[in-house]
Design a protein around this ligand. Structure first.
Ligand SMILES: [Zn+2]
Ligand SMILES: [Zn+2]
Length: 145
């Protein structure tokens, strides 16, 4: 899907939910849509400051909180970075395959894995707050190099 189509879809989703897709939120969304891999908050801030010189770290973190809350992005804890979700309309639980060589992040959306994790945690009386699973390794491209 092209970036402008993604943005249009995100705008419509926000309208449906009755939440505001502010300029900053749109800009951060677009930066992540343009990026090939994940981006850290400071990379995002540097990019944002090119169009909005007044942007400060809280500007970015507030926008990211919004995007996370509504399922537009996934946080990659082990990289301390963010990726745009490929199918954000579903607001799903993700499994991330992270390449340690090039930093590429592929997301999976397996309900079987999510369910298995939930069941196993429940048996241990554990309440999961953040269900994202991150697996590290080498992507297809990097295995060939
Ligand atoms: Zn996703
Ligand atoms: Zn790679």
């Amino acid at each position: 899907m092209s970036d402008s189509l993604l943005l249009e879809q995100a705008r419509m989703l926000c309208q449906d939910k009755g939440v505001r897709f502010t300029t900053v939120r749109e800009q951060v969304f677009s930066l992540l849509a343009d990026s090939n891999g994940s981006m850290g908050a400071y990379d995002l801030l540097t990019q944002l400051q090119k169009t909005d010189a007044k942007a400060k770290p809280p500007t970015i973190y507030r926008a990211l909180d919004f995007l996370l809350e509504h399922g537009f992005v996934h946080k990659v804890e082990s990289q301390n970075a963010y990726v745009l979700c490929n199918h954000f309309a579903e607001h799903h639980k993700a499994q991330l395959l992270i390449c340690d060589s090039c930093g590429d992040v592929q997301e999976m959306n397996s309900s079987a894995i999510s369910k298995a994790l939930l069941t196993a945690a429940k048996q241990r009386d554990f309440k999961i707050v953040e269900p994202t699973i991150e697996a590290h390794g080498l992507c297809k491209k990097c295995q060939q190099n």
